[in-house]
Design a protein around this ligand. Structure first.
Ligand code: NAD
Length: 477
């Protein structure tokens, strides 16, 4: 297939192709058909990757900040140059519209450029005592990192696993999702072509639980970073605890959106409907529970339904498509059972609710309203194109509902009242809050959650700090 690359493992400078290993098929979610064979790493490959990561770390940690910055900038330039090609592969394996896929790749370059600059901002400090004693605080890279990422952002999730470690001076073994391998491979190949030594950044695929158990059992790995579900995050955190490895966990959410009657409702509708159906709702920070002050509830729900019905769903490779298929067969199956449960418990189905066609993994943009709190979908992340819209009595009730779940990733609020904005910024339990906005992500700002949505941060200066450990040296004159 011309717009989909040959898949491979990148282990310590060796490129291992599909013909050399057991394989699994990668599917195009728009058709359900296999588009490529993905090689799976053997235990010996994983051991080789660990040894290479050890050697790579010993070298990379000694490089100067300027050298690391230069290499990362060259990698970022190549990612920009290859953005259309990597984007096209992402659309084929994951389904999102091509424009979104290319935007994802460009964002990877922006993030890497920010991290490149951070290489030389890893300052230590020296405390000088009156008696001549000095205390030196040094920040050192934590060691080889194992990264595991999900399929919803095939390139960006991988960049978030490797960018901070590489800037800090760590080596990385990353396992992108087996369902969407090309996006991450494209990013890592650009970094290697830009000058990152092959032992410093490696890519493996396999049976996820077997790969993570193998890598985490090794004392070579000093940090684990994961993007995916809370259930798997808890499992990996337990494995990491066995060897006191550091962890960064970017897990699920259940984004509340508080819409007050004083808000610019049309603007809120335009922006939040766009955000809800982006990537078919398969976004960890997707807005999900719309908590709307009752005076404007009907207007908001009707406006949302109108926008949901207008979304053009189709193959992401088609330029007219606004929402592609879901990434795998699990997507529409999961949405169907959660919508049926909600309707059975009394929710109103205001738009969508059905699969589309019998080919690929398409699902209609869906709106449920007046959804009872005991419906599964009000408690478990739908991770699909479904908005839940409920009328609320006022700020106290809205904040209580926003905080009811154990998740705390992204939250959104729409209000013109400045005092209220300050209260919400303080009272909502979330790692990120957008007020009168939909974006919670910027290369120079930390990205991460609270409660069951995880801990540890990516992006921003914090993304590099998370890959450093401090050492304090006390010295007498
Ligand atoms: P999942 O956690 O089962 O899988 C996510 C990724 O983790 C996949 O690529 C999978 O291959 C990998 N994985 C699974 N088990 C693993 C293991 N034992 N060791 C290493 N890697 C492992 O989740 P899913 O059902 O595929 O995806 C949907 C859920 O993921 C959503 O409900 C959402 O909560 C979560 N998610 C969160 C984010 C985020 O940024 N926070 C992003 C994507 C998905």
């Amino acid at each position: 297939m011309s717009d989909y690359p040959e898949l491979r493992l990148l282990v310590g400078g060796e490129v291992i192709s599909a013909s050399a290993r057991e394989t699994i098929d990668v599917l195009n979610p728009a058709t359900g058909e296999a588009i490529a064979a993905l090689p799976l790493a053997t235990a010996a490959d994983l051991d080789a990757a660990l040894e290479a990561a050890k050697t790579g770390f010993a070298k990379w940690r000694k490089t100067s900040a300027d050298e690391r910055e230069g290499v990362l900038r060259r990698g970022a330039a190549l990612i920009r140059e290859r953005s259309k090609e990597i984007g096209a592969a992402i659309t084929r394996e994951q389904g999102k519209p091509l424009k979104e896929a290319i935007g994802e790749v460009i964002y990877c370059a922006m993030l890497l450029e920010f991290y490149a600059g951070e290489c030389k901002r890893q300052y230590g400090r020296t405390l000088v005592r009156p008696d001549g004693q000095r205390v030196e605080v040094r920040h050192e890279p934590v060691g080889p990192v194992a990264g595991f990422s999900a399929w919803n952002f095939p390139a960006l999730n991988v960049m978030r696993k490797i960018g901070g470690p590489l800037a800090a001076g760590c080596s990385v073994v990353v396992k992108p999702s087996e369902e969407t391998p090309a996006g991450g491979l494209g990013i890592v190949q650009a970094l290697i072509d830009g000058g990152v030594p092959a032992e410093v950044c490696q890519v493996v695929f396999g049976v996820p639980d077997e790969v993570s158990r193998h890598l985490l059992a090794s004392p070579i790995i000093r940090k684990v970073t994961f993007t995916g579900s809370t259930a798997v995050g808890k499992h990996l955190a337990k494995l990491a605890a066995e060897d006191m490895k550091r962890t960064t966990m970017e897990l699920g959410g259940h984004g509340p959106v508080l819409v007050f009657k004083d808000a610019d409702i049309d603007k809120a509708l335009d922006i939040m409907a766009g955000a809800k159906f982006r990537n078919a709702g398969q976004v960890c920070v997707s807005p999900t529970r719309f908590l709307v002050e009752e005076d404007v509830f009907e207007r908001f729900r009707d406006g949302f339904v109108e926008r949901a019905k207008a979304v053009r769903v189709g193959d992401g490779a088609d330029a007219a498509t606004q929402m592609g298929p879901m990434a795998s067969a699990r997507g529409p199956d999961g949405i169907q059972s959660k919508v049926a449960d909600a309707v059975e418990r009394g929710a109103k189905l205001s738009a969508g609710g059905n699969r589309i066609g019998n080919q690929g993994f398409f699902h209609e943009p869906t709106v449920l309203s007046e959804v009872p709190l005991d419906a599964t979908i009000m408690n478990e992340e739908p991770f699909g194109p479904v908005a839940l819209i409920n009328p609320m009595k006022g700020e106290a009730e809205m904040v209580a509902e926003a905080n009811r779940l154990p998740y705390g990733l992204a939250a959104y609020a729409w209000t013109q009242d400045v005092s209220r904005r300050m209260r919400l910024a303080s009272d909502i339990e979330a790692g990120m809050i957008a007020i009168n906005a939909a974006s919670v992500s910027a290369a120079d700002a930390p990205f991460g959650g609270s409660k069951w949505s995880g801990y540890g941060l990516e992006d921003g200066a914090e993304g590099v700090a998370a890959c450093m450990q401090s050492k304090t040296v006390h010295e007498n004159a």
